[in-house]
Design a protein around this ligand. Structure first.
Ligand code: SF4
Length: 82
């Protein structure tokens, strides 16, 4: 079975983008060019703080997803078997 990275606790995300940077570091890319993880911010009416949404490209599972999971300070990610 293949191991798959999932954002199972997105409500805890603080938007730090360490996951994005770690994925880009592994790909040896600078900036967001062809990024496999993207973090989007939205500010809903009436809310004091923004909320975050994470877009994960399925190709993320070809790099070291354990490192991506462990770099997140808010424990947003889980690795599941599919
Ligand atoms: S590292 Fe964790 S807290 Fe930071 S943006 Fe990524 S998912 Fe959110």
């Amino acid at each position: 079975m293949a191991k798959v990275l999932k954002a199972t606790a997105i409500e805890k995300c603080n938007g730090c983008e360490l996951c994005v940077l770690e994925a880009q570091r592994q790909l040896e890319k600078v900036g967001l060019d062809a990024a496999l993880i993207r973090v989007f911010t939205s500010k809903e009416d009436g809310r004091e703080y923004p909320t975050f949404c994470i877009d994960i490209d399925p190709r993320i599972n070809s790099i070291d997803i354990e490192r991506i999971k462990s770099i997140c300070p808010k424990f947003v990610f889980k690795i599941e078997e599919e």
